[in-house]
Design a protein around this ligand. Structure first.
Ligand code: SF4
Length: 255
């Protein structure tokens, strides 16, 4: 059993359901403000520096510039992602927590399977995500009681049931805030343009969803927003474990 599962969680399931109803149709600012006030330094905002995540940072930093923001630097990100990362840090003055893979685990993976094992099978791809994303995620979530993500229901079939506030069973029962759950893609871009938020330039080149460079490509008009992620896999497999789901008000693992 995951040792994190035993962590005491301050908010009951009934409270989470009440909060979900309260924030489901409220502005995203309301949920983020509540999360910051309720959890303080035990709250972390997740960012892969995609369009949704820069919106989250803009909102959160306006409420509290000292809010904790983390990113998972897998070592395989696009150059454009590093560029927007620096631009966001400079613009908002946030102290970004950059989580990197465990060096020993990464060396073992590369020594045994090479640099591109993720193309070999779903199991190999998940192993790479485990080393480069999930273990670092677990380390940062171990310092938190709640986290904020930019998940939207519209993004894919794997995210269709995301709640605005839910319990993250896979990640130790933390409270998970998804303030943009009901937003459309147009809502995100309207916000970015209205507030002049720096964004990843790959979005201008047909990448609606951006992950690691070898596992992300541009999509065609009309394709699912996450069709370019692990494009060689079936749609129901397109999660790395950061945001797997176990049911209503529960979430499981990858981004
Ligand atoms: S997205 Fe690809 S490169 Fe990145 S951690 Fe997962 S398998 Fe590895």
């Amino acid at each position: 059993m995951n040792e994190l599962l035993s962590r005491p969680v301050a908010l009951s399931d009934a409270t989470l359901e009440r909060l979900d109803r309260r924030f489901a149709d409220a502005p995203a600012e309301a949920a983020i403000e509540y999360a910051i006030e309720r959890f303080g330094s035990r709250l972390v905002v997740a960012s892969s520096f995609g369009a949704e995540d820069v919106v989250l940072i803009d909102i959160a930093a306006r409420i509290d510039p000292s809010v904790r923001v983390f990113t998972l630097d897998t070592g395989r990100l696009h150059q454009e992602t590093y560029e927007v990362m620096d631009a966001i840090v400079e613009r908002y003055g946030i102290r970004l927590e950059v989580m990197v893979p465990n060096q020993v685990s990464l060396q073992e993976l590369v020594r045994e399977k090479g640099n591109n094992s993720f193309y070999a099978s779903i199991e190999d791809r998940r192993e790479c995500c485990q080393v480069r994303k999930l273990e670092p995620l677990r380390r940062v979530l171990d310092t938190a009681d709640a986290w904020v993500t930019g998940l939207r229901r519209e993004q894919s079939i794997t995210r269709a049931e995301v709640a605005t506030v839910e319990r993250d069973i896979t990640n130790g029962g933390l409270v998970k805030f998804n303030p943009l759950a009901s937003w459309s893609r147009a809502d995100v871009w309207t916000y970015i343009e209205r507030h002049g938020v720096p964004y990843n330039r790959l979005h201008d080149r047909g990448f609606p969803s951006i992950g690691c460079a070898p596992c992300t490509r541009a999509v065609l008009p009309g394709e699912d927003e996450r069709a370019g992620r692990w494009w060689w896999e079936r749609p129901e497999h397109k999660e790395c474990g950061l945001h797997a789901r176990a049911g209503l008000h529960q979430s499981s693992a990858t981004h």
